[in-house]
Write a new protein. Structure first.
Length: 420
């Protein structure tokens, strides 16, 4: 019985030894096949490093607005509006009257003040004549001072002394002082007239822009502080513009005069051209926007900044208030040496002795005469598809696209596909 047990144990041990040896042989053969595939039969895709313009599109939304507008509100201190001079949907020019307040009271006061000024002007003229007469009398008196009187003269002359001359000169000084006071009175009255004239002119409210009257509200509700709605609303006749807000990530990229494609939502498959006119340096009043920074890997809201876009195409088919999408073209101009993003991998930085520094570097594999070269690179600007290579690759070199983990420096490649 014991003999049979030992026989079965020997058989089982032999089977296990056989299986172990077989598995070892298979693993060694598989390893050789894999190694052979890596070194000889691995097929790679390569593409020439080339120069091209790097352009990026930023998408934002906005609303069409006029270049400028004028909203005129009723002013309670000016009284009632007497007459409207414009109608809705009519064109106006800068300086055209819009409406007139009742200025009858001011006109009466103006006329009264003008009459008062005219009376004082007459008094001033009398004073001027008096001064001229005194000058004449003083001159004659000075000529007679010390002259002997001829008793036999047909016309008797009175003797003139220096005291007489002095008396006349004192009267002249007093007359001149009175006239100066009169001139100041005239100036004061004229200032009042000028103020009244300005108030009467202000009763006629004029347009400050060339444009179109979009609203005339003759029955606007008045309060003690004025009205909540404009009496007259004018928009400029100049080409429309687009305003909106963009997040802080886009605001730092966009600059003045960059080209913009404008697509109104009410027109399918139609575009208008424009340029960035301004991006504010200051955020919107609330300081934030509708985008959540958490979606971008952060932990708060994104600050938004107002922008304005000038429409360079004809805007006659557009209307105030249209909502539009805008595509801002970034970059362009000079060409840069670029490769696709997927050609770049991050690997550990290894020195000549094969020791790792613990830092990661950007690497590209370049195929040169059938052998891969591992290149550490420096990158620059980019767009969604390509990235600029500033160091590590030259034009027309074959760069491996989507490199697999098994690649290494000095690896021989016998088969590859080249894409344009």
């Amino acid at each position: 019985m014991k003999k049979k047990v030992w026989i079965w144990i020997g058989i089982i041990a032999g089977i296990l030894i056989f299986l172990a040896v077989g598995a070892t042989i298979v693993m060694k053969m598989g390893s050789k096949v894999v190694d052979g595939m890596e070194e000889e039969d691995m097929s790679l895709t390569v593409q020439k490093a080339d120069k091209q313009e790097l352009t990026e599109s930023i998408l934002v939304t906005g609303q069409i607005v006029p270049e400028s507008e004028q909203k005129v509100y009723a002013e309670p201190e000016n009284g009632e509006i007497q007459e409207f001079k414009v109608e809705e949907n009519k064109k106006v020019k800068k300086g055209d009257p819009l409406f007139v307040y009742d200025s009858s009271k001011l006109s009466r006061e103006f006329d009264k003040t003008v009459r008062e000024r005219d009376l004082v002007n007459k008094r001033a003229q009398i004073e001027i004549n008096q001064i001229a007469e005194l000058n004449k009398r003083i001159k004659e008196a000075k000529q007679k001072v010390g002259r002997k009187i001829d008793p036999e003269a047909e016309v008797a002359e009175e003797a003139v002394t220096q005291d007489d001359v002095n008396q006349l000169e004192n009267e002249k000084v007093q007359a001149e002082m009175d006239h100066e006071a009169t001139k100041e009175e005239i100036q004061s009255i004229q200032e009042t007239i000028n103020e009244l004239d300005a108030q009467i002119k202000a009763m006629t409210v004029v347009s400050k822009i060339d444009g179109i009257v979009v609203k005339v509200n003759k029955n606007v509700e008045k309060t003690e502080t004025g009205s909540t709605e404009p009496v007259v609303h004018i928009i400029s006749s100049q080409p429309y513009k687009v305003i909106g807000t963009m997040n802080e990530f886009d605001a730092v990229k966009i600059a003045k005069d960059q080209p913009v494609v404008i697509r109104p939502k009410v027109f399918k498959d139609r575009e208008w051209k424009g340029v960035v006119e301004s991006v504010s340096q200051f955020p919107t009043d609330d300081g934030g926007g509708g985008e959540d920074y958490e979606m971008m890997g952060g932990g708060g809201n994104v600050t938004t900044y107002p922008f304005k876009v000038a429409i360079t195409d004809d805007t006659t088919e557009l209307r105030q208030g249209f909502h539009v999408s805008l595509e801002v073209k970034m970059g362009g101009g000079e060409k840069s040496l670029v490769v696709p993003h997927m050609a770049i991998v991050e690997e550990e930085d290894v020195d000549e002795n094969g020791e790792s520094s613990g830092e990661m570097v950007e690497v590209i594999y370049v195929l040169v005469d059938g052998v891969l070269q591992r290149r550490e690179i420096e990158t620059g600007k980019m767009n969604d598809e390509f990235i600029e290579i500033t160091e590590g690759v030259t034009k027309d070199e074959l760069v491996v696209i989507s490199p697999s983990p098994g690649l290494h420096d000095g690896m021989e490649v016998t088969s590859y596909d080249e894409v344009e």
